[in-house]
Design a protein around this ligand. Structure first.
Ligand code: NDP
Ligand code: PYC
Length: 339
C-alpha cells in the first residue's frame, strides 16, 4: 500500500537528510530540489534512490560538503562556474540567470561548469531556461562504463544530453536521455529488483551480450543506436570534457577509482534565443514549432516528457506516491541511519 506525500514535504525530508549528513545548507537545498523533482516527475532512476549515492560520496570525502560555487564572467558568450568540488545543482543555480541574460543579449551563450560532482538528471536545468523563453542544450560526461560501438572495454560515460524548447501554452518540449542504451541507474534498479535487463543494454566482462544486471555492471554498457550513440557520446566527451578543460569519463573514473561513488567532471549548457535566430525571416519560431508538435501528436506519437509532465501534474495535485519500503528508508536516513 503506497502513501502520498506532498512535494514540499518530501523536499523538506530530503533536505534534512543532507543537512544531517553535514552537507552545507545551499548544497543540501539544491540537491534536495533535483532529487524531489525526480520523484515528482516519476523519474525513479534519479529520485530518492540517489540519496544513498550522494551520502556515500560525502562520507568518502569525494564531494566538497561546504562548496561555494564561484562565477567567472568576462561579459562574453562563455560564462564559467567553478563548482569547487560541490554537487552540480548549486553551481547551475548560480550560473543560470547569467546564462539566460547573456543568451538574450547575444542570441546564444554557453555556461561551463567545472569541477562538479554530478549525479542528476539534466531536464531540471533545461527547464529553467525554457521557462525563460530560451531553447537549451545540456550535456556532460560521466565515468567510463560504456564500450564504444565495436569495442568491449568501458571508455565512454553514459553521457546524458537534454534539449528543451519553450512553448507559450503549456510545458516545454524536452528530451533528456543517456547516450547509452539505458542509464546506469536503470541497470542498478534492475539489480536491486532482481529483474533481467532487456537485450542490447550490456555485455559481460568477456565481451558477451548479457541480460544479467550484475554481469552488466561488472562488464560494459552499450551505447544506444550502435555507432550513432557512440559518436554522440564521444562528442559529449569532447565538448563537455576536453573543450572545457575538464575530465573525460575515463579521467573521471581514473580520478575516483570506483563507480560506487559519484564522479567529478564538468558540464556544458548552451542557451539560444529563438527570436534572435529567426529575426528577419518569416514566421515566428515558436508558432512554427507548434505545427511540428501538433503533427506528432496528430498521428498518435507522444512527445518526450509528456509522461513526465503528466506525472508532475498528478504529484502536484495529489502528492508523490511512495512505497512502505521507500518511506521506511527515508525515515532511517532522517535519523542518520546511513552507514
Ligand atoms: P529514458 O530512456 O527513460 O527517456 C529518455 C527521454 O525519452 C525522456 O525525455 C522520455 O520522456 C522520452 N521518451 C521515452 N519514451 C518515449 C516515447 N515512447 N516517445 C517519446 N519520448 C519518449 O532516459 P534514460 O534512461 O536514458 O535517462 C534517464 C535520466 O538519466 C535522464 O534524465 C538523464 O539526464 C539521466 N542521466 C544522468 C547521468 C549523469 O551523469 N548525471 C548519466 C546518464 C543519465 P518521458 O520522461 O516523458 O518518458
Ligand atoms: O544513471 O548513468 C547514470 C548516471 C551516472 C551518473 C549519474 N547517473
Amino acid at each position: 500500500m503506497t502513501t502520498r506525500i506532498s512535494v514540499s514535504d518530501l523536499e523538506g525530508i530530503v533536505t534534512r537528510i543532507f543537512l544531517r549528513a553535514g552537507l552545507c545548507d545551499a548544497q543540501s537545498r539544491a540537491v534536495a530540489r533535483v532529487i524531489t523533482a525526480g520523484e515528482r516527475d516519476a523519474c525513479k532512476s534519479h529520485g530518492i534512490y540517489r540519496i544513498d549515492g550522494c551520502l556515500d560520496t560525502l562520507a568518502a570525502g569525494k564531494v566538497n560538503r561546504d562548496a561555494e560555487p564561484s562565477l567567472q564572467d568576462d561579459g562574453s558568450g562563455v560564462i564559467r562556474v567553478d563548482a569547487q568540488g560541490g554537487f552540480s545543482p548549486a553551481a547551475f543555480a548560480l550560473g543560470a540567470p547569467v546564462l539566460a541574460d547573456r543568451a538574450r543579449a547575444l542570441g546564444v551563450a554557453a555556461l561551463v561548469i567545472n569541477d562538479c560532482t554530478h549525479f542528476s538528471a539534466l531536464w531540471p536545468e533545461v527547464e529553467v531556461l525554457t521557462d525563460d523563453g530560451l531553447a537549451a542544450l545540456a550535456m556532460c560526461p560521466s565515468y567510463a562504463t560504456v564500450a564504444p560501438s565495436g569495442g568491449t572495454v568501458p571508455l565512454l560515460g553514459t553521457n546524458p544530453m537534454a534539449f528543451g524548447w519553450p512553448r507559450r501554452n503549456g510545458p516545454p518540449y524536452v528530451f533528456d536521455f543517456a547516450t547509452s542504451a539505458a542509464a546506469r541507474g536503470e541497470i542498478e534498479l534492475h539489480f536491486r529488483a532482481g529483474t533481467t535487463l532487456p537485450e542490447g543494454w550490456a555485455i559481460d566482462s568477456e565481451g558477451q551480450p548479457t541480460t544479467d544486471p550484475d554481469r552488466a555492471l561488472h562488464g560494459a554498457m552499450l551505447p544506444f543506436g550502435g555507432h550513432k550513440g557512440s559518436a554522440i557520446a564521444t562528442m559529449i566527451e569532447l565538448l563537455a570534457g576536453a573543450m572545457i578543460g575538464d575530465l573525460t569519463s575515463q579521467g573521471a573514473l581514473d580520478y575516483l577509482g570506483t563507480t560506487a561513488l559519484f564522479p567529478r567532471h564538468g558540464e556544458l549548457i548552451l542557451a539560444f534565443d529563438p527570436q534572435r535566430f529567426a529575426a528577419g525571416r518569416s514566421g515566428d519560431p515558436l508558432d512554427r514549432a507548434e505545427v511540428l508538435f501538433s503533427a506528432h501528436v496528430g498521428q498518435g506519437a507522444r512527445l518526450p516528457s509528456q509522461r513526465r509532465f503528466a506525472a508532475r501534474s498528478k504529484a502536484l495535485a495529489g502528492g508523490i506516491e511512495l512505497s512502505p519500503q521507500e518511506l521506511a528508508k527515508l525515515d532511517t536516513l532522517q535519523r542518520g541511519g546511513h552507514s
